[in-house]
Ligand binder design. Sequence first.
Ligand SMILES: [Zn+2]
Length: 235
Amino acid sequence: MRGRPLGEADRILTLFTRERGKLDAVAKGVRRTRSHFAGRLEFGNECDFVMHRGRSLDVVVSAETLRAPWAQLVEPERYAVASAVAELIDAFCEPDWALLDVYGLLVGAIAAVAAADNPQALLPRFELRLLAMLGLAPPLETCVQCGSPLGAGATWLDAAAGGLLDDRCRERWRDLPELSADDVANLRALAAPKEGGEPAAVRATPRAAAAVEELVAHHLGRRPKALAALGVFGA
Ligand SMILES: [Zn+2]
């Protein structure tokens, strides 16, 4: 969840829910000091909500906190990465579109960021998994243009085409980012669904991480704003 003020005392919350996906709801009186919601509606919290349908927006009746990682998320780098996670899910998911696997990905990502020493390292895998759940994942075994299996040689990222080009399909006049076979193997490991309960401890190579950012920016139509705070990109 995250929120923005509404009038004197209320807040509009953007929630990502198990049952209905993304939705906006009003929490009334939440900005008064004696609100019974105090502390429960922080950014990143996972809550059990009771709501009723309002004329335009749903209204939060009660909120039971399940997880409250806020104390760990105030650290600037964690906050920037958690904000990027929220921003990407907000940008890619339509309201009232239930996506259970994205819900699980979000909960897992926020918990991992809250506990991470190097939270930025978690982003490439999160982003590839999100693209996969939305049907936007780049094919990593074949050339996006001709469909031939990618060999052991270098490949080139064509973010606009949503994947990788082999040597045959690469147009030399285009200045495309080059990826080694190791970078491509790294992307495959990052994109692999998690096995069992343990999160995969895969670190992105610099070029694989840059390739993921390019793909996300292409599908999003812009750079995520929250990442500018990290100095990863020139805003
Ligand atoms: Zn090709």
